[in-house]
Design a protein around this ligand. Structure first.
Ligand code: M6R
Length: 608
């Protein structure tokens, strides 16, 4: 949720930290701050609001130094404010800490430290760390940090500096990602590689429980007993272009328009057109293991949960294996029926969502094999799963997930196909799917070419207060996803429903002020959806219909029509989601909303 960056090296740390924080701002943006060691003294600058406000503070009160840490925050404990912004200082102002995660025993520690004479200056859980480290400091910062981490309960990714041990930054991770960047005579810490990509592509992803000590001369990775451990240096595959807006007004728009390419990337080298199947290298499941799968649980949150619902339909339809889809946040706290014959598929763009990670660990505890569908390479879920399918959609910066969703659905289709062809799906049916998958990138482009027409529709609806999204079969999850996109970036209340369910309650909402988006491609439930459109029109509702061919049955029923190409039923949500994303985007922009950084949200939810 929050972002961390740290720098040590020959350059002035301030612009490097600010540049890194700007790259991380999508992860949390209610306040920000930096701490630098400036001629032996620890200096902090903090500000509520966006990084631009922190830059204003720095312009008035500049600070320089070769060692520094920075943070951009998404509030958990204590409201967004200057005093709650990180870094947090110890009572004697010698230790500064930035922290992602939650210290669960912060209240008890705070009382104890208060009794020992420490003065607290924020409402955050994080602040106990700086006081604890001060308390335990006996000459070595890493030893004091280790001592503090032995006492705290909860999750953390931290970076710590001290004026009493000024030539180093100590980082540590447990439940919140952190990596070391290895540059040319300079070293970095970051919660996300995008923060340091302008300086280096060589990184070491820390494992759970690792500590890192970076100095101007190198780095050391330690365990909680201060024993050195070896971790390999990896090279990040993407470059700076991938995390820049490239001429688009927003990252979200760029990411929507990238989808012909990102969907192709998800399929690259994996489609077996003639055999009507897919080749998935990272599953780590032998033929016998694939055949032994008796049931599947798919767990995820938010948009990833919507793709899971589509995956359920695909797998059950083609591979005939029972599938349960569970919100990760619910799964982890109930007593799920998971056995060693269960395959648990975990879907996450970031690979860091706390609930999803915990659900995966819970499934493992029950003996299930886990398969991660993850976008971010090297993320925690990708490192802890038993096998995986990387989405290869590239960095997704916009808080509203777009290209990751379409890639998730495509990855699920590839997996369902492989499983089904191993079991009993005919090559003919398999080929229908592979051929349809192969056409997707061009079909998506054809929809994107209609962006202006969708923008014009958005103009008519930018001032409404409610929206309904309806679809059936494969497009019920697409309706949920369309509603989520709209509500999270435009703040318009929107609900998704299975179209036929409307008459069991939501139909009471229909009047001339209620726009209803119907997802009605020409699939096996098309006629049924037409009846539902008639029910809305009969009550004066306004309809925006996403459909795939000229159809007399729709005459007079559509206030607005958006055309998508035809495909097999199971891939219709991929195509339908493109106009849904564009509609949400344009409505939000026309309402003046900050689509890339919607209020109260953050890109990856690394707290419970
Ligand atoms: O990184 P994840 O896929 O695990 O994230 C799950 C949700 O937090 C995420 O999809 C969220 O719902 C997005 N804001 C949706 O646009």
């Amino acid at each position: 949720m929050c972002g961390i960056v740290g720098y040590i090296g020959p350059k002035d740390a301030t612009p490097i930290l600010i540049g890194g924080l700007k790259r991380l701002e999508y992860r949390g943006y209610d306040s920000a701050g930096v701490a630098l060691i400036d001629r032996g003294a620890l200096e902090t600058r903090r500000a509520e609001g966006k990084i631009a406000r922190l830059e204003g503070v720095l312009a008035e009160q500049p600070v320089k130094g070769h060692v520094g840490i920075g943070h951009t925050r998404w509030a958990t404990h204590g409201p967004p404010s200057d005093r709650n912004a990180h870094p947090h200082l110890s009572t004697d102002n010698t230790v500064a800490v930035v922290h992602n995660g939650i210290i669960e025993n912060a209240d008890a520690l705070r009382k104890e430290l208060h009794r020992k004479g420490h003065t607290f200056r924020s409402d955050t859980d994080t602040e106990v760390l700086s006081h604890l480290i001060q308390e335990l400091f006996e000459g070595s910062l890493e030893e004091a940090v280790i001592g503090a981490l032995r006492v705290v309960e909860g999750t953390y990714g931290i970076a710590v500096v001290s004026s009493k041990d000024p030539g180093k930054i100590v980082g540590a991770r447990k439940g919140s990602p952190l990596l070391v960047g290895v540059g040319d005579g300079q070293y970095f810490l970051a919660s996300d590689a995008s923060a340091i990509l302008a300086h280096t592509r060589e990184v070491i992803y820390l494992n759970e429980g690792d500590l890192a000590v970076i100095t101007a001369d190198g780095y050391r990775i330690l365990d909680i007993n201060a024993s050195p451990i070896r971790r390999s240096v990896e090279t990040i595959a993407w470059d700076l272009d991938a995390i820049e807006r490239g001429g688009y007004e927003h990252f979200m728009l760029k990411e929507i328009f990238e989808q012909p390419q990102t969907v192709a990337n998800t399929m690259r080298g994996r489609l077996r057109l003639e055999e009507g199947t897919s080749k998935l290298g990272g599953l780590n499941l032998s033929h016998d293991e694939l055949m032994a799968i008796d049931n599947i649980v798919i767990t995820a949150c938010g948009t990833s949960w919507h793709s899971a619902l589509i995956g359920e339909l695909m797998i059950e339809d083609m591979a005939r294996i029972p599938v349960e889809v569970e919100y990760a946040s619910e799964f982890r706290y109930r007593n799920p029926i998971v056995t060693p014959a269960t395959l648990c598929i975990v879907i996450s763009q970031s690979g860091e969502t706390a609930d999803t990670l915990a659900a995966m660990r819970e499934a493992k505890r029950h003996g299930a094999r886990t398969l991660g569908l993850v976008n971010v390479v090297g993320s925690t879920i990708a490192r802890e799963d038993d096998g995986g399918i990387y989405l290869h959609a590239g960095p997704e910066i916009g808080v509203a997930s777009t290209k990751a969703f379409t890639s998730q659905v495509v990855a699920l289709a590839l997996f369902a196909l492989k499983l089904a062809r191993k079991r009993n799906l005919s090559v003919t049916r398999g080929r229908e799917v592979t051929q349809a998958l192969d056409l997707l990138p061009n079909q998506i482009q054809a929809i994107l070419d209609q962006a202006d027409a969708i923008e014009a529709i958005a103009e008519s609806y930018k001032d409404v207060h409610n929206f309904l999204y309806l679809g059936r079969g494969y497009n019920f999850p697409a309706a949920l996803e369309g509603a989520l996109k709209l509500k999270e970036i435009s703040y318009i209340h929107a609900e998704g429903y299975p179209a036929a369910e409307m008459k069991h309650g939501p139909i009471a909402l229909i009047d001339e002020k209620m726009p209803v988006v119907f997802i009605a491609p020409h699939d096996s439930v098309f006629e049924k959806v037409v009846s539902n459109i008639q029910e809305v029109k009969a009550r004066g509702g306004k309809t925006i219909v996403i459909t795939s061919r000229d159809e007399p049955a729709l005459a007079g029923l559509m206030d607005h029509e958006i055309r998508i190409p035809e495909t097999v039923d199971m891939l219709t949500p991929v195509l339908a989601s493109i106009p849904l994303q564009l509609l949400a985007y344009y409505i939000a922009v026309k309402r003046g909303a900050n689509v890339d950084q919607p209020r109260n949200l953050a890109k990856s939810v690394t707290v419970e």
